[in-house]
Write a protein that binds this ligand. Structure first.
Ligand SMILES: Cc1ncc(CO)c(N)n1
Length: 224
């Protein structure tokens, strides 16, 4: 069994919960409150700035030029394609450039991005890839799932989000990362594979928490 299949089996119950989370379901049927999506977009924009740095660290840790170039391409597409989707949504949802720039991370965004960057800075390339893989892979799974629902990708608000994450281009990036973890895991002892599995499980849990945070519009519990 490929290591990625083992990871998939491990987190499938959580991914099923993503697919039935009200935020995700309501994007699919178009009933999601605009205020919740607005909150999500701002937090996701902050998230993507830190996430892009994980790709930059991947380029630093790569040991061959092809892998280094691929991380550079992922960094570029996050900054210029994925974040462009967010900038376009910001315009439609009346989020000004200034509001995006001064926005502060929620506790979940802060915990998630800091965990990913901690693993990426301190760990091996395999650990870095284990931390970022649930982001790409679970979004691709959600995009594909929602894209199958009738009319979902044509929805005037959420259709573009669904089309982007269900796209072959996004799928190819996710597939590249899946193949990379399989290569990097080859020949590693069980103790190291368990460590990679733990990291993958943690960022998978954070992905679920991110949907929940967005649905609850959860900032810090105190006003100060
Ligand atoms: C929280 C989160 N995870 C994954 C992705 C996909 O890149 C995203 N945009 N946001």
């Amino acid at each position: 069994m490929k290591f990625s299949q083992r990871l998939y089996a491990k987190v499938l119950p959580i991914w099923n919960r993503n697919h039935t989370h009200p935020f995700v379901l309501q994007m699919g049927d178009g009933t999601l409150e605009k205020e919740k999506f607005r909150f999500y977009m701002i937090q996701d924009y902050i998230y993507l700035i830190e996430y892009a740095k994980v790709f930059a660290l991947g380029a630093v840790k790569a040991t061959d030029l092809e892998t280094m170039g691929k991380f550079a391409a992922l960094l570029h597409s996050t900054l210029n394609e994925e974040m462009e989707l967010h900038r376009q949504y910001a315009k439609r949802f009346d989020i000004s450039v200034e509001e995006l720039e001064i926005a502060k991370p929620s506790p979940t965004t802060l915990a998630y991005t800091h965990y990913m960057l901690h693993v990426s800075q301190n760990g091996t390339l395999a650990e870095l890839v284990s931390a970022l893989l649930p982001c790409m892979w679970s979004y691709w799974e959600i995009g594909k799932e929602l894209n199958q629902r009738k009319g979902a990708s044509d929805n005037e608000f959420y259709g573009e989000w669904i089309s982007m994450y269900a796209s072959d281009e996004f799928g190819q990036l996710a597939t590249w990362c899946i193949d990379l973890i399989d290569q990097l895991a080859e020949g590693k002892p069980e103790s190291e594979l368990e460590k990679l599995e733990d990291i993958f499980l943690n960022t998978t849990r954070f992905e679920y928490m991110f949907w929940d945070m967005a649905y609850q519009e959860a900032m810090w519990p105190t006003d100060e």
